[in-house]
Design a protein around this ligand. Structure first.
Ligand code: NAD
Length: 442
């Protein structure tokens, strides 16, 4: 492909801390999310002809905070958790990115997720950089009061880093709108006045946006539909499997079904359910609200998470966690289209295998960008104290998603690369250009 960047980076050539690339070779069977993210960046850097100094800047988080979070438990004992906030890049605007509560959270996972946010915000042309936060806690084992105390303590520890002009959090795995309300309240009480724009994904009654709760899922379905149109198909022509039945996966399943697709399998961390010809989504959602899991839904057969990924369906939507599609199981994926609802579900090795096998992947930094797009709308509304209708939000979301998909698909055709490579080329180039335009201080 052609080299589309010049390398007028001047003084930043002196930075020499480029991380070792090709890390997947170091952990061939279990590359972590940071390795996957660094491999993706290294490919884009090479294709764009970006020099070593700029690569080092793009590969390295701008700011990180590592905090200890002591929790006073309901029984009077004390337990300590580790929390993180990483601002990968703040060159195009404030940091933007979710907060994750999961036992798997560590600094490298948060770094990877923050880096993906940087490219994602650039691809959908939001005036944000990329950030992410996490606490290594399994929220299922703690009471509401305990989770509130963890959230408020975490917020107060990272207070110097966050703010509507600095870094804006949103829900991710294991957190929700209530978590955002606690953060907003803790931040506002400490500042002395109400500051809704410090978080997005808040409840509507404290300044949340209509359409935010379903935005990521709508975006997943918009991008799936756009990818299907390229091969002359639409939702009623396809069967779908969705891994993860949380905030992203459950709404995406419902929207796929509403659009006429047959959603044949869904799963969560406890197991999965399958029904040839399509699951009855309203009844399944009712079952999940009652029991907390998709497991044991009466009108279906059980299926495990591994089998779901290789099911004979047209569209596969990984919408749970990172690294589920690996070099091994990618050989057996039968879907023709993978739409990444989750962040980082496909390792670099799986990416190569799927591409070789002709499977189209709509990458996370494009497919799940609907959430941050409506988070941006929420932030704009909060700053202006002027609220849009749900119809306005959904129409603007669809427009942004289709526009971003169109630019990525056009780049992929022009440069003869995958949608992921094309999305990375667009995102990385926009961020590198912003660095060059601003220049390097001092
Ligand atoms: P969530 O906590 O609401 O749901 C996660 C779901 O995945 C749950 O159903 C859980 O049971 C399931 N799960 C967890 N581990 C699993 C495993 N090993 N195998 C199968 N299922 C498993 O989280 P969410 O907000 O829906 O986020 C899901 C993914 O989407 C994450 O990668 C997140 O970063 C990404 N994402 C979320 C948003 C958002 O707006 N919430 C936006 C963009 C991307």
């Amino acid at each position: 492909m052609t080299t589309t960047e010049d390398s007028r980076t001047g003084t930043i050539e002196t930075i020499d801390a480029v991380p070792e690339i090709a890390p997947e070779a170091a952990h061939p069977s279990h590359p972590g999310p940071l390795e996957t993210a660094q491999v993706q960046l290294a490919r884009a850097v090479e294709q764009l002809g970006i020099d070593k100094g700029m690569h080092a800047m793009l590969a390295t988080p701008r700011r990180e905070m590592n905090v200890a979070i002591p929790l006073r438990r309901d029984d009077g004992s004390t337990e300590l958790f580790h929390g993180y906030r990483v601002q990968h890049n703040i060159t195009r605007g404030p940091g933007k990115g979710g907060l994750r509560y999961s036992p798997s959270v560590d600094i490298d996972e948060v770094r990877a997720l923050a880096m993906w946010m940087t490219w994602k915000c650039a691809i959908v042309e939001l005036p944000y950089g990329g950030a992410k936060g996490g606490v290594s806690i399994d929220p299922r084992h703690y009471s509401t009061g305990e989770l509130e105390r963890v959230t408020r303590r975490y917020t107060s520890e990272i207070m110097p880093m966050i703010g509507p002009e600095r870094d804006i959090m949103a829900p991710d795995v294991g957190t929700d709108d209530r978590t955002m309300a606690w953060i907003m309240d803790t931040y506002s009480v400490n500042k002395g006045y109400t500051i809704p724009a410090v978080v997005t994904g808040k409840p509507i009654d404290v300044g949340g946006s209509l359409g935010r709760a379903t935005a990521t899922s709508r975006g997943v379905v918009h991008s799936a539909r756009a990818a299907l149109r390229e091969i002359g198909q639409d939702l009623p022509d396809v069967s779908v499997a969705v891994q993860g039945f949380g905030k992203v996966g459950s709404h995406a399943s419902a929207f796929f079904a509403e659009g006429g697709a047959r959603v044949e399998a869904v799963s969560d961390q406890y197991g999965g359910v399958y029904r040839r010809g399509g699951l009855d989504l309203p009844r399944l959602l009712d079952h999940v609200h009652r029991t907390g899991s998709v497991v044991d839904f009466s009108e279906s057969e059980p299926i495990d998470n591994d089998a779901l990924l290789t099911l004979d369906v047209d569209v596969l939507v990984p919408a749970a966690v990172e690294g589920v599609l690996t070099g091994d199981n990618a050989e057996h994926v039968r879907a023709r289209l993978v739409v990444e609802g989750a962040n980082g579900p496909t390792t670099a090795a799986a990416d190569r295998v799927l591409t070789r096998r002709g499977v189209t992947i709509v990458p996370d930094i494009l497919a799940n960008a609907g959430g941050v797009v409506v988070s941006y709308f929420e932030w704009v509304q909060a700053q202006q104290a002027y609220w849009w209708t749900e119809a306005e939000i959904e129409q603007r979301l669809e427009q942004r998603m289709l526009q971003a998909y169109g630019s990525v698909a056009e780049m992929a055709r022009r440069e003869d690369v995958t949608l992921r490579d094309a999305a990375m080329l667009i995102g990385v180039k926009r961020v590198a250009t912003a660095h060059r335009t601003r220049g390097l201080y001092p």
